[in-house]
Design a protein around this ligand. Structure first.
Ligand SMILES: Cc1cc2nc3c(=O)[nH]c(=O)nc-3n(C[C@H](O)[C@H](O)[C@H](O)COP(=O)(O)OP(=O)(O)OC[C@H]3O[C@@H](n4cnc5c(N)ncnc54)[C@H](O)[C@@H]3O)c2cc1C
Length: 705
């Protein structure tokens, strides 16, 4: 009979040794009862294509890891590489602590079943499996499948709460997911002051404080027909091998362009990046710079590390605290050192709360995250007609044929729509795996609202291309921008990508960087829409026959005012039908060109005079942000912990009654915030002829309201 009790820790998006509840518990609790620990990272076959790991001549038993609507690879090259680096960094880190990490590929349940079976004859058998809980449907299914394997093999199973968020689940003030308010602002008010919310970080386990690995000889190898490599280079190569032909006409990396996200994956790099941001003053400047488009430091670029759990939000918060409280000499040289929270650090905390909120939406809405009609379907909305490239599901009355939509999608993806800001963003995304929040918002709005294309194509494309892809942040933001999610302004918020380009890329540097064909154009308005350039100039620049000029996917009439006002370049936009309408024969394309505008507060849409389609219902009526939320709870509740003991899998509650960690009531509830007293929603003003827009305040997800 086996003497050793082995604990298997299956890692997913908790790729860090510091502030890791499971490792912390194992390093500090004397009574956990396990003689050995085997941390394992599984490259899951559903989400990452693993055919590159097949032994020669073998076939994969798993379907290809492709998305449902667009059939794209679910994990593209940028993220695949970043994950590999992160896993390898953790492996090195754990080895440094006297432990280690095994890498496997396949389906979680197969990996686990093979492992349990393989250990059966060893002196150490698998006694328990622990994982960090995730809330998204696919990950929940993984957990359930693992639990079932454990149950069938008399192995204990336990889910630990995911603590990489800003506010722990214990402290959200929500009794259950459905209590989440449907408007972010309501949730934010419920949780302010944010600086007081996060729990303390957990220290990194000390050297040799973790239970040892089982002997190498006893660890069963990767199950057939796959093999796992033993170098990072080989790991990366095998992940990238199947990912060819992402696009039929991919953009080329422009001369002189530099990635805004040149970072390698891993906990070590995440830590370095965080320290750099505080030390350099980038955190202090964040509020002023975050709408930037070019460069490394206009925003934190911590998203990919956060998504994989290489760093937790509360580690970021802790570093900000040290700076704000003047507690770390390394940060002394940075602006604002020791002077408390500033606009920049407060804005970073707010963004981290957005991230929490998107995840809580997933907990609340479950698989509706992926539904075309979005969350709003649940609230009676989501009746918009979307255009699709899928002949089998396309509406017979669809304005453009599925074939045309497919072509438009390809031009969106390879950055040749003719809409400069969108094209630059899409090429940057394709070539670097990153594009700024501002650019993402515009691209998502463009695809879903200007082109009325099924927004899930965009969400899936981003899932493939983003290094920082996170299921909740991606899909809920796409819903938000498509007007089917938790944006109280819904369909009324339409970004005008030309106006946005004037606001955020004044001289057109960003667009010129990523769309080098446009470098010869002097005027920003031409850079933002090349078709507006006169024919002589087009000839000179070799653009006369370029598809961005001859057949832009969308034309927006937009004229720059001659008289500059203040430091900003004001502009007016001609009303009435745009060329898009003439070209496209009206309908949604034409309308969007001329109706799209941001209201005086930079958010709403104006009904369009004389269009016949200027739909005032829903725009003209005052909108009230719905109330929601359960309000702060009186009692401290403990983390949701899920157990399976031998033969029973107990699905825990959102807040189960088990205080697993005994870290006390650090994040106790505070009463008194008037979370229900929302300001009222935007009421658009009807302005008939000429509109001067003020610079828009930051609106939408990821920016201050
Ligand atoms: C269509 C669309 C898709 C998106 N997909 C993702 C995604 O897959 N993964 C992802 O992490 N973010 C996503 N975002 C949110 C946001 O664009 C990125 O988090 C941000 O651009 C990452 O850069 P950063 O780390 O420099 O952000 P910063 O501006 O420095 O913000 C700090 C952190 O706050 C969080 N954050 C900021 N804005 C948001 C937001 N709107 N929603 C959720 N979290 C936010 C991120 O973790 C980010 O790292 C998406 C936004 C849009 C509009």
């Amino acid at each position: 009979m086996a003497a050793g009790k082995l604990l298997v820790y299956l890692l997913r998006r908790d790729l860090r040794a510091s502030d890791n509840p499971i490792l912390h518990h194992l390093a500090t609790a004397s009574d956990h009862g396990y003689t050995h620990l085997l941390p394992i990272y599984v490259f899951p076959s559903r989400q990452i294509e693993i055919s590159g790991f097949l032994e020669a001549g073998e076939e994969s038993p798993y379907p290809q890891a492709r998305s449902r609507v667009g059939r794209y690879w679910r994990c593209g090259p940028h993220r695949a590489r970043f994950i590999a680096q992160s896993v390898w960094d953790l492996k090195d880190g754990l080895q440094g602590l006297g432990s280690g990490l095994s890498i496997r590929v396949g389906d979680f349940k197969d990996v686990l079943a093979h492992l349990i079976h393989g250990f059966k004859d060893s002196s150490t058998s698998v006694a328990a499996v622990w994982m960090t809980q995730e809330l998204s449907p696919e990950e929940v299914a993984e957990q359930d499948a693992v639990a079932a394997v454990c149950s069938g093999n008399q192995v204990d199973f336990k889910l630990w709460p995911d603590e990489k968020y800003f506010i722990d689940d214990l402290d959200t003030g929500l009794s259950e997911p459905k209590d989440l308010p449907d408007v972010f602002t309501t949730y934010r008010k419920l949780r302010e002051p944010l600086r007081e919310r996060p729990r303390k970080v957990l220290p990194r386990p000390g050297k040799s404080s973790l239970p040892p690995l089982p002997s190498e000889a006893s660890i069963p190898p990767q199950h057939r027909p796959f093999g796992v490599p033993d170098t990072l280079d080989d790991l990366e190569a095998r992940l990238l091998r199947p990912l060819d032909a992402l696009l039929s006409h991919p953009p080329e990396f422009p001369d002189g362009a530099r990635s805004a996200h040149p970072f390698r994956g891993g906990e070590t790099r995440a830590r370095q990046r965080l320290c750099h941001l505080v030390e350099s003053g980038a955190m202090t400047a964040y509020k002023d710079t975050r709408n930037g488009l070019l460069g490394e430091d206009f925003s934190t670029k911590l998203s990919a590390y956060l998504a994989l759990g290489c760093i937790s939000a509360r580690q970021i918060h802790q570093e900000l605290l040290k700076f704000e409280d003047g507690k770390d000499e390394a940060y002394r040289g940075a602006d604002g050192y020791g002077q408390g929270e500033n606009d920049g650090t407060a804005a970073v905390r707010l963004e981290l709360l957005w991230r929490d909120y998107m995840r809580l939406c997933t907990a609340k809405f479950g698989s509706k995250l992926f539904r075309l009609s979005g969350f709003t379907h649940a609230q009676g909305g989501g009746h918009k007609k979307w255009m699709t490239a899928d002949e089998t599901t396309a509406d017979p009355d669809q304005e453009r044929s599925p074939e045309e939509i497919l072509k438009i999608l390809q031009r969106f993806q390879n950055g040749t729509t003719g809409m400069g800001l969108i094209d630059a963003s899409q090429r940057e995304l394709f070539l670097t795996g990153y594009t700024s929040s501002r650019a993402r918002q515009n691209s998502a709005s463009f695809l879903s609202k200007h082109l009325s294309i099924d927004w899930r194509y965009g969400a899936e494309w981003y899932e493939m291309m983003l290094t920082d892809y996170d299921v909740s942040s991606n899909w809920a933001n796409w819903q938000y921008m498509a007007g089917v999610g938790n944006d109280p302004r819904g369909d009324a918020r339409i970004f005008n990508p030309v106006k946005q380009a004037f606001d955020y890329d004044k001289e057109g540097s960003y667009v010129r960087t990523w769309v080098p064909e446009l470098k010869g154009l002097e005027k920003p308005e031409n850079v933002f829409q090349a078709w507006t350039t006169n024919s002589t100039r087009l000839e000179t620049c070799g653009l006369a026959d370029n598809v961005m000029v001859t057949d832009p996917v969308k034309r927006i009439e937009f004229t720059v005012d001659r008289k500059p006002k203040g430091s900003r370049r004001p502009f007016w936009r001609r009303r009435g039908q745009g060329r898009g309408a003439r070209r496209g024969g009206g309908g949604s394309h034409g309308q969007a060109g001329s109706t799209s505008a941001e209201g005086p507060d930079g958010s709403g849409a104006h009904p369009r005079p004389g269009s016949g389609a200027g739909n005032r219902s829903g725009h003209g009526s005052r909108r009230h942000e719905p109330r929601g939320g359960a309000g702060p709870s009186d009692n401290y509740r403990a983390a949701p912990v899920y157990f399976v003991n031998g033969n029973g899998y107990t699905a825990g509650d959102w807040h189960g009654g088990h205080d697993a960690r005994g870290r006390g009531n650090y994040g106790h509830f505070r009463r008194g915030e008037c979370w229900y007293g929302q300001r009222e929603g935007f009421q658009p003003t009807y302005v008939p002829v000429l509109v001067y827009y003020h610079p828009p305040p930051n609106m939408g997800p990821g920016v201050l309201e």
